[in-house]
Design a protein around this ligand. Structure first.
Ligand code: FAD
Length: 136
């Protein structure tokens, strides 16, 4: 089982309908490709984890990277995991706020910032911790 985590910047501040459109496509494609994961959105920034077969993850990441609804993708982590961290989630989704962040140990560094803040880029473990914390 392989996974990757990336952050990106939305092309503009997304409304609920736009976020739902992204999720709808994601969930149907990911179900077909047996990909699971989590997508977080906060103030114009995305953070997403994808997990599944290496080839499926690679293809999905390439497709996602071409999407004009966001840009500046930064791959924070990729690797192998023995089991899925998000079983049953064709794509979990949360919009997050500062209060949510307060409840995540070790996530202080980006609580008031963007997911593309250098703090999270330099310490990508924080990203995985945060994403797991939202799998509840
Ligand atoms: P097409 O459907 O042919 O679309 C081509 C391009 O048109 C897209 O790249 C996009 O720029 C644009 N486009 C498509 N639909 C819309 C729309 N409703 N509004 C505006 N522009 C549009 N896909 C997954 O399969 N799995 C995921 O987990 C996933 N996560 C995503 C996370 C984010 C933050 C974003 C922005 C997109 C995500 N997507 C995901 C969608 C992905 O980028 C592709 O749009 C989708 O996989 C379909 O691929 P396609 O090559 O068939 O593109």
């Amino acid at each position: 089982m392989h996974y990757l985590v990336y952050v990106s910047t939305a092309s503009h501040l997304m409304n609920e309908a736009e976020l739902m459109a992204i999720l709808e496509t994601s969930r149907s494609r990911n179900t077909a490709d047996n990909i699971t994961g989590m997508l977080l959105y906060k103030d114009g920034s995305f953070m997403q984890v994808l997990e599944g077969r290496a080839e499926n993850i690679k293809n999905a990441y390439e497709r996602i990277g071409k999407d004009h609804r966001h840009d500046g993708l930064i791959l924070l982590r990729k690797g192998k995991t023995e089991k899925r961290n998000f079983p049953g989630w064709s794509m979990g989704f949360r919009t997050v706020n500062a209060e949510d962040m307060e409840n995540i140990p070790g996530f202080q560094s980006i609580k008031d910032g963007r997911f593309t803040d250098p703090a999270i880029v330099e310490n990508p473990h924080i990203a995985m911790t945060a994403l797991k914390a939202f799998n509840a």
